[in-house]
Structures are given as C-alpha cells and as structure tokens.
Design a protein around this ligand. Structure first.
Ligand SMILES: C[S@@+](CC[C@H](N)C(=O)[O-])C[C@H]1O[C@@H](n2cnc3c(N)ncnc32)[C@H](O)[C@@H]1O
Length: 282
C-alpha cells in the first residue's frame, strides 16, 4: 500500500504537472547546469542504457537521449501520470525514439537486476518516500560496474530563487514555515544523501557542491508568474494571504529580487549537490 504522505506528495506533483509542462523551455534552460553536472559525474556516454528516476516534464531524460544516441537508450520513470504524459509528448515532438516510459516510484523499480549502466535523478530524490530503499533499488538495477547519481538542492540560504518569495510571504503569514518547499531542501545538509547512499551499500560515494547561476531572459513579472504557478508551496501560501496583502507582498518581493534582474535577464546564484556512487568497488 502507498503511505498517506506519499499519496499527498504525488497528488501535489500531479497538480503541478501542467505548470511544469507550460514552463518546460525555461526549466530546461534554468536547470541545464544540473544536467551537465549529473551527466559528467555519472560519466554518461554514447551507447549507454540510462535510467532516469523522477523525470518530471522530461529532464534529464531528453538531454541524455541525445548524448547516448541511437545505440543507447533512456528509461524515463515518474510515479505521476501528468508528468509522464508531458515528457512523452515532448519526446514525440522531438522525434526521439530511444526513450522508453514507465510510470513508477523510485522506491520500487519494476526492472530486473543489472539492467542499466547508470541511474540518475535530477531534483527528485528529495521526494522519495523511503530514500534508503530508493538508493538500494537504483543500485540493484544498475550493472555491477554501474553508477548512480542524484542532483539535489543545497541550503535555502544559497538558493534565493526559492527564498526571495517565501521569505517575504512568511512575514505575512501567522505560521511561517521554514522554506519554500520543505521537501526541496531535505538533502541540503552536507553528506546527508551521501550517507543514505552509503547505508544502501553504495561504494565510492562522492558529493560535489555545484555553484551555478539560474539564468533566463525573463523579467521580474515573468519570474513572479513562474514561481507562483510552478510551486505548490507558493500557491498554497498565496492562497492563505488576504487578497489586499498580495500587491504589498509582490512589491516587497520585487524590491528584494531587484538585484537579480539586470538588462532584461534573470540571474540568481544557486547551489546544488551532486551525489554519486558505484555499485561495486572498482
Ligand atoms: C522537482 S521535480 C523534478 C523533475 C525533473 N527531474 C526535473 O529536474 O525537471 C520532482 C519529480 O519527482 C517526482 N517524484 C515524486 N515522488 C517520487 C518518487 N517516490 N519516486 C520517483 N519520483 C518521484 C515528481 O513526480 C516530480 O516529477
């Protein structure tokens, strides 16, 4: 049976799927450095069979599909139907034929042992119901010399793309929460996810801190719309504000975010952790 908390997580992602589809191009651009780092750390190359766990609206599957080429393949997975439909439609539009799709959770992968060269997850590990079980599953389905690699957010303080809005809103709410999406920062503490992978019996576990810029050619107005639609936490917080408070909140966020918008471009400093391991000692 699916635990209640996991049901809620999946329901939230189902309601977010249409926004992740709408902002696909921006998401691809903003988070491209995460994909490049995952690909590099997992040593993904031509001809490999790669598993993507929690692929959302399609990344990193769509990028990896081109990297592995026609002699390789990607197995996109996500437990949320709306996400899978969005990713599958985009793969179709791009004419990609080496991606396969399966609706499933990272905690219970419907694949035989030793199926893939590599398993990756971009910004999905924080939402696993049982991260240790998911780590074991990822290791089980890769080859004996295979690798697993996950990209997760670093601390909220190092990620103003998220905190600029929520820090302001929290001042107006009676019970401010600690972060934009509490789950998004679940593995922000150094070595936390690395420790979980080690407990799952991963070898050679490496954690690399990635400092990058979340960049896109958008205005503050477009950023406001993107954040207030894409994030369930922000949507929920805004719904709790009195309607008269919203213009004041937006103005305060615009002031706080001003420095990140220069000459029609958005550029936020950001920090992520890329955590990887191997199935066996080599
Ligand atoms: C922040 S989105 C990231 C999506 C995509 N990888 C990206 O980077 O754009 C998190 C994804 O994790 C998925 N997810 C939630 N619970 C999961 C689970 N138990 N196993 C695998 N994926 C899960 C969600 O459905 C959602 O698509």
């Amino acid at each position: 049976m699916i635990p209640e908390s996991q049901n809620k997580t999946l329901h939230v992602w189902q309601s977010s799927a249409r926004y992740w589809d709408r902002y696909r191009a921006l998401i691809t651009e903003m988070f491209a450095p995460l994909t490049s780092s995952l690909v590099e750390q997992a040593q993904i190359g031509i001809g490999q069979k790669v598993l993507d766990i929690g692929g959302g609206s399609g990344e990193p599957s769509l990028t990896i599909s081109r990297i592995v080429g026609p002699t390789g393949s990607v197995m996109y997975t996500d437990p949320v139907a709306g996400m899978l439909e969005s990713a599958q439609a985009e793969a179709g539009r791009r004419g990609l034929t080496n991606i396969h799709f399966k609706q499933c959770s990272g905690d219970k992968l419907p694949f035989a042992d030793c199926t893939f060269d590599v398993a990756v997850g971009r910004l999905s590990a924080m939402f696993f119901a049982d991260p240790r079980a998911a780590g074991r599953e990822a290791l089980r389905v890769v080859l004996d010399d295979g690798r697993v690699a996950f990209a997760v957010w670093g601390p909220k303080e190092a990620n103003p793309f998220f905190s600029t809005i929520t820090d302001v809103i929290d001042q107006y709410l009676e019970t401010p929460e600690q972060s934009d999406a509490p789950d998004a920062f679940r593995f922000a503490v150094p070595r936390k996810l690395a420790g979980i992978l080690e407990q799952a019996d991963a070898k050679n576990v490496i954690e690399r801190r990635l400092n990058f810029q979340i960049e896109a050619p958008i205005s503050f107005e477009q950023f406001w719309q993107l954040r207030t639609e894409m994030s369930e936490t922000v949507r929920e917080k805004i719904a709790r504000l009195a309607p008269a408070q919203l213009p004041t909140v937006k103005e305060a966020v615009a002031d706080a975010a001003q420095k990140y918008f220069v000459s029609g471009r958005m550029s936020f400093p950001a920090q992520a952790l890329i955590v990887s391991g191997r199935k066996s000692v080599v």
